[in-house]
Ligand binder design. Structure first.
Ligand SMILES: *Cc1c(COP(=O)(O)O)cnc(C)c1O
Length: 241
């Protein structure tokens, strides 16, 4: 019957079990549907089923898609933000989860000002130190936090990370635990409260919930396997990775 409804129900149950196992209230974990390569109709169905938080990782794709989606949906940007896309990002998203430099924070602040709005931001941390990953180093965090807090149009709400790919979900645990420790260190040292930890994807969200995630970013476990956008549209994607 309805594949999406079943996947959503199964996911909700697994989130609740993981939360209770670690003594958390399941209501403190938000499910963000990752809609890269998905069509506006798929977003609309998700909204009908009660999901209201979504994420895109490419500004170009989001620009084409978001205006065609139900207006009640909230959007987070979860990809690497290039400075020449900051203007559109500030207009399209309620939160940019992937701030990783003072320069990009300043640019977003300027663009949010131009739009007459404020923007939630989170700092992406490259906890694993993998060269292939974007994100600030843990050592960059203190300066970046001070800078982001100085910017009047940005509201810093937390930290985001991606664990290295692994067949074993348990392998992600140290990276998620480290992100939580980094967040707790900030609070201890500065008194600044950063409530959000965006961590956990289809293959490792239960471990992330156990380690304190407040936003899990789920694509395939919710919408099914991804085909490439190119294959679905029969045309070249407009943006590189
Ligand atoms: C694609 C993506 C996800 C979701 O991945 P799935 O494995 O499909 O759940 C989460 N976070 C980011 C940053 C992504 O690009």
């Amino acid at each position: 019957m309805d594949g999406f409804a079943e996947r959503l129900a199964r996911l909700t149950e697994r989130i609740a079990v993981a939360a209770r196992r670690s003594g958390r209230d399941p209501a403190t974990v938000r499910l963000l549907g990752v809609t890269k390569t998905r069509l506006p109709e798929e977003v609309a169905e998700a909204v009908r089923m009660g999901l209201d938080l979504f994420g895109e990782n490419k500004v170009q794709e989001a620009r084409a898609k978001i205006p065609l989606c139900p207006s009640g949906a909230k959007w987070h940007f979860i990809g690497h933000l290039q400075s020449n896309k900051a203007r559109h990002a500030a207009a399209l998203f309620s939160c940019v989860e992937t701030i990783d430099s003072i320069g990009i924070a300043e640019m977003l602040d300027r663009e949010a000002e131009r739009c007459g709005r404020s923007l939630e931001v989170m700092i992406e941390v490259n906890v694993s130190g993998e060269r292939s990953k974007f994100g600030a180093t843990p050592g960059d965090l203190p300066d970046l936090i001070v800078a982001a807090n100085r910017l009047g149009r940005l509201r810093l709400t937390g930290l985001m990370t991606m664990a290295p790919f692994s067949e074993d979900p348990g392998a992600a645990r140290p990276y998620f635990a480290r992100l939580r420790e980094l967040r707790d260190d900030v609070t201890t040292r500065t008194g600044l409260v950063l409530p959000e930890l965006s961590m956990g994807m289809s293959d490792d969200f239960e471990v992330a919930v156990e380690e304190g995630s407040t936003i899990i970013r789920i694509g395939t476990a919710l919408f099914g396997p991804r085909k490439s956008l190119m294959a679905r549209r029969g045309e070249d994607a407009d943006e590189g990775p």
